[in-house]
Design a protein around this ligand. Structure first.
Ligand code: SF4
Ligand code: SF4
Length: 165
């Protein structure tokens, strides 16, 4: 049946399709144009957007969530520009990363950043220098950007199940 190819075939595919950004997964026809358009795929044989989507469609949940590959996407959207089915692999991988992060699968290179954010709400705390504060003040912007415990708790609750109390 011709339409069957557009129906997510695994529970993992349905799970990804239910996360904002993952909805278009069920339109992928596995043509491979995304991989052919992707500059990251050109730079690394390890990264193949079409193949990651295929693994999602056939339900390789653990393999995909534990893999670093969905985190390689630079969100340049060249694949999206070229996809004839209106699929955005970048959005799909974003949805996958949300699920992966909720389950604690975050590559070490990103782990350091998330740990920093979860510690005090800042990603680049050192970048908020007196100079930036003065500039914000001159522009009439809020200068007290101290992220409080409530903000950090909201982040933890929303994105990191492992950190829920
Ligand atoms: S170009 Fe679009 S339809 Fe083709 S494999 Fe990539 S995401 Fe799927
Ligand atoms: S958005 Fe991601 S998958 Fe698409 S071309 Fe750019 S790096 Fe490759």
């Amino acid at each position: 049946m011709a339409d069957a190819i557009h129906v997510p075939t695994s529970s993992f595919a349905r799970e990804v399709a239910s996360v904002p950004g993952g909805e278009a997964l069920n339109k992928c026809i596995q043509c491979g144009i995304c991989t052919a358009s992707c500059m990251v795929a050109r730079a690394s044989e390890k990264y193949r957007p079409r193949q990651i989507i295929q693994k999602i469609l056939i339900g390789k949940r653990d393999e995909v969530l534990r893999s670093e590959q969905p985190w390689f996407c630079m969100t340049c959207r060249m694949c999206e520009e070229n996809c004839q089915e209106g699929v955005s692999p970048a959005e799909i991988f974003h949805a996958v990363r949300i699920i992966a992060a909720q389950e604690g699968y975050i590559p070490n290179v990103f782990r350091k950043t998330t740990d920093t954010v979860l510690e005090d709400g800042w990603m680049l705390k050192d970048a908020y220098s007196d100079f930036v504060e003065d500039e914000r003040d001159d522009l009439g912007l809020e200068t007290d950007l101290c992220m409080n415990d409530t903000f950090v708790k909201l982040l933890r609750d929303k994105y990191f199940k492992e950190n829920k109390e």
